[in-house]
Design a protein around this ligand. Structure first.
Ligand code: ADE
Length: 242
């Protein structure tokens, strides 16, 4: 996948691309990227990229001309262009999976009050929010998106790690433990050291359900829960325990 990010502060993003799993994906040719400074496309001597709002109101808006020049140079008319904004469609795991199939992604980071609507109308294919809160920096939202997307590209991380993590199958992840078996007077659930794979799988599934019921009951809605699963949920709801 080729990722281009257009930003007024590309240095915020550089460390992310140069570290850890992303750095390895780049090295192995699974991801390539370009970080573009939108200011390089401003034409006046002050390299101005923002201006006041028509109709009045607080704050400044990103001007259309530097943005459209940067987008044209990035080949935005032939790519999926994602504008990260609190006013966009809510991002989730399924959306990350959809974007992970793209050969090429262009991300546009907003600052100030956002960007001129005409740029959105001309170039943006996806306006995406990472949650119901407002960040001062679109770069942080862009990193969240890229992180959730690129790790789903085959070969970036092992398939097994992806299989049982939170949101796979629409449930949150089960609690996990590592050595030592006794830590600060706390032990590990017996079932996990029993070596009984079927019981471990059942315990984990039950814990996933329990956690989902507690924190994210909305994820269970409309799943058409059948037989076993329905009984297990009933048992968990009534007992509230193991
Ligand atoms: N920029 C500022 N807040 C944001 C949000 N919640 N999601 C995406 N981009 C943003």
């Amino acid at each position: 996948m080729n990722i281009t990010i257009l930003s007024l502060f590309p240095e915020i993003l550089r460390g992310f691309f140069e570290s850890s799993i992303m750095a390895r994906a780049v090295e192995r040719g699974l991801v390539s990227y370009t970080l573009t400074d939108i200011r390089d496309y401003a034409t006046d001597k002050h390299r101005k990229c923002d201006d006041e709002l028509f109709g009045g109101g607080p704050g400044m808006l990103m001007k259309p001309e530097p943005l459209s020049a940067a987008l044209e140079a990035a080949g935005a008319r032939q790519a999926r262009v994602v504008y990260v904004s609190p006013g966009g469609r809510l991002f989730n795991q399924a959306y990350a999976g959809e974007l992970a199939h793209e050969e090429r992604l262009i991300l546009l980071c907003g600052r100030y009050e956002g960007i001129d609507q005409r740029v959105i109308d001309t170039y943006v294919t996806d306006e995406v929010s990472i949650g119901d809160y407002v960040l001062s920096s679109g770069e942080v939202a862009a990193m969240v998106l890229v992180d959730a997307i690129y790790r789903l590209i085959p070969g970036v991380i092992t398939g097994e790690s992806l299989e049982e993590e939170s949101f796979e199958g629409g449930l949150l992840e089960y609690p996990q433990y590592t050595r030592p078996a006794l830590y600060d007077s706390m032990t590990v659930p017996d079932v996990l050291v029993s070596g009984h794979h079927a019981n471990i799988a059942r315990w984990r599934f039950k814990k996933r359900l329990e956690k989902t019921l507690l924190y994210r009951p909305d994820l269970l809605q409309g799943k058409g829960l059948e037989g076993d699963l329905r009984a297990l949920i009933k048992e968990l709801t009534e007992q509230g325990g193991e």
